[in-house]
Ligand binder design. Structure first.
Ligand code: HEC
Ligand code: HEC
Length: 77
């Protein structure tokens, strides 16, 4: 196998491994998210900006313990 080919294959392998590790991490973390269905009459679905507007402070809504993600429903069902 030509050396350039071998280096390219090594890179593809490393990036696949990195991708797998990151997806595993995201899925594992999402399983620990408290479901909003456990709160009686909590507002259902809605865009992430609606969630953030209420959870940004005041309203006795708990603050986010994590960075703001572009979606909330993927983890909080
Ligand atoms: C109108 C205000 C409001 C909006 C909009 C809102 N929430 Fe909440 N949320 C609250 C309040 C108040 C609580 C605390 C309820 C309690 O502890 O009894 C809460 C609790 C939570 C909790 C904690 C649940 C638990 O079991 O600890 C999560 C997670 C959450 N909200 C996520 C979301 C998501 C995701 C959205 C968007 C779909 C959202 N919230 C929209 C007011 C809001
Ligand atoms: C990648 C998965 C994931 C996404 C996406 C996500 N969360 Fe979370 N969220 C979690 C996990 C896991 C926890 C519990 C973390 C902890 O207790 O340290 C949590 C905790 C919370 C809490 C605290 C609940 C409490 O009882 O204190 C709030 C509020 C919350 N998330 C709101 C949101 C909002 C609003 C969004 C959308 C902008 C969002 N989350 C997106 C995984 C996620």
């Amino acid at each position: 196998m030509p050396p350039l080919m071998r280096r390219a294959l090594l890179l593809v392998g490393l990036f696949s491994l990195l991708f797998l590790l990151i997806s595993w991490g995201v899925i594992a973390y999402s399983l620990f998210a408290p479901p909003i269905s456990s709160v009686p009459d909590h507002p259902r679905a809605g865009s992430a900006s609606q969630c953030l507007a209420c959870h940004a402070g005041g309203n006795n809504a708990p603050a986010l313990p994590h960075p703001t993600f572009p979606t909330c429903g993927f983890c909080h069902r």
